[in-house]
Design a protein around this ligand. Structure first.
Ligand code: SF4
Length: 311
């Protein structure tokens, strides 16, 4: 089972400063059926109680971001950061992480950042735990609960999650043939997200003489960055039309025209991505093409998640 780290409050644990939780319907009732969560609450983890005094991010005179208990000014930055560092082996076994937005510990971006003693703030901080997690696992897909309410961001995160899980399941130590097979399997998916990066990575792989950890770490980091760029309608259309070409011998004129129209309807926003995708999968079943059958593009995550209906 794919393991995913998650802020404990998002799976209903009553660990928030006010003694409550912030259960995420999508995380609990949808994604939760397909992954095994590893819930952590960094603030409880460093020994704070629930309920507890509120914490906020402050920027000190040196320009450093510090997490402090608002009422006392006690600085808990190092404890939160160390809590993450102590779990680096646990993080290595995760394929993704869902973090609670706006939190001075777990927020990934736009957390309120204060100047000591002042009420004014700007949304420019990163939670201390999230920051350390990012440093320890730069390639691991991470997302905030609030952003998962957007169908495009949700689909993008889940795609990255399952691609990264596949990467982590590859046999170790990695051989060049393993990375080449991985790169080939995700070709169409990468082309839908970022054509130039797919080609640049392919060139790097082609010119590679010997593998080392530095290369593999950098490769997967760049793959994840490429996939984090949303797949545009025009890129999807290019990929769908490319796939359509594989069936030109088998389909009748009427079938070819109908397929081309569904792809065009998707391009023009009349049909969701699932419409041309279903038709192509149907033809793939009727006329199997080994290369296409191996492509993650058609089903990068469990179909039952139904995430493409909203795209
Ligand atoms: S946001 Fe993070 S620190 Fe705050 S309650 Fe949730 S898990 Fe704990």
């Amino acid at each position: 089972m794919v393991k995913v780290g998650i802020s404990s409050c998002l799976v209903g644990h009553k660990v928030r400063f006010d003694g409550g939780h912030k259960a995420s319907d999508f995380c609990q009732n949808n994604l939760g059926k397909f992954v095994e969560y590893v819930p952590l609450c960094p603030e409880m983890g460093i020994g704070l109680p629930a309920p507890r005094p509120s914490i906020r991010l402050e920027e000190n005179e040196a320009g450093e971001t510090r997490a402090v208990i608002t009422s006392t000014g006690e600085d808990i930055t190092n404890r939160l950061s160390q809590y993450a560092s102590d779990r680096k082996d646990l993080f290595k076994g995760l394929s993704g992480y869902v973090l609670c937005a706006k939190s001075p510990s777990c927020g990934l971006e736009r957390v309120r950042l204060y100047t000591p003693g002042e009420k004014a703030n700007r949304k420019a901080g990163v939670g201390v735990f999230a920051q350390r997690l990012r440093e320890l696992e730069p390639a691991m897909p991470m997302e905030e609960d609030g952003r998962l309410n957007d169908p495009h961001l949700r689909e993008n995160f889940v795609t990255r999650l399952f691609v990264y899980a596949e990467w982590k399941s590859l046999p170790q130590p990695l051989a060049k043939k393993d990375i080449l097979a991985f790169h080939t399997r995700h070709k169409l998916l990468l082309l839908a997200h970022n054509q130039s990066m797919y080609r640049a990575l392919g060139k790097q792989l082609g010119e590679l003489d010997s593998m080392d950890e530095n290369f593999t770490n950098n490769y997967i980091l760049e793959v994840m960055q490429a996939l984090s760029k949303p797949a545009s309608k025009s890129n999807h259309t290019n990929v769908l039309q490319h796939v359509q070409g594989y069936f030109k011998q088998q389909l009748s004129t009427v079938e070819r025209e109908a397929l081309a129209q569904v792809i065009l309807d998707y391009r023009q926003g009349v049909e969701p991505l699932s419409a041309p995708m279903s038709l192509l999968k149907h033809y793939l079943k009727m006329y199997p093409k080994p290369y296409l059958l191996g492509q993650s593009y058609f089903q990068p995550y469990p179909q039952a998640l139904g995430l493409r209906y909203a795209l």
